[in-house]
Ligand binder design. Structure first.
Ligand SMILES: [Zn+2]
Length: 128
């Protein structure tokens, strides 16, 4: 699983734009399934000891099942995962590392850490 760089354009409220670069890893079917199962196993490692506490089993069992299904589902539907994304805010010029969701799908809305304006990451098509 080697990460490959992806060039992105960052747009804000104004007409100005800036650039960003994300490091994206692509997972095939089996690695995605294994990633989901890894997370589900962690849930059950925590949940199984809690089930021996009286009355807590009533809450823990459905929560563990639901969380396991959610974790496997979310990993299975995230073929591209961004490890890091660095860029510059086009409005205030602050260089930062953007927080990205699990699933890397463009266009992506992020927030500037300094001016708190909403920014949009899109495929690179502007000439800088
Ligand atoms: Zn900003």
């Amino acid at each position: 699983m080697l990460a490959h760089p992806v060039d992105l354009d960052v747009t804000g409220y104004g007409v100005r734009h800036s650039s960003a670069q994300a490091s994206v890893v692509h997972y095939n079917f089996m690695p995605r399934l294994l990633r989901g199962l890894e997370r589900a196993v962690l849930v059950w490692v925590v949940a199984i000891p809690l089930m021996f506490i009286p009355f807590l089993a009533i809450l823990v069992l459905p929560a563990a099942i639901g969380l396991s299904v959610y974790l496997i589902y979310s990993r299975m539907h995230a073929p591209d995962v961004a490890r890091a994304c660095k860029g510059t805010c086009p409005d205030c010029g602050f260089e930062q590392a953007f927080d990205l969701p699990l699933k890397f799908e463009l266009p992506l809305d992020v927030e500037c850490a300094r001016c708190n304006r909403e920014l949009r990451l899109e495929e690179h098509h502007f000439a800088n």
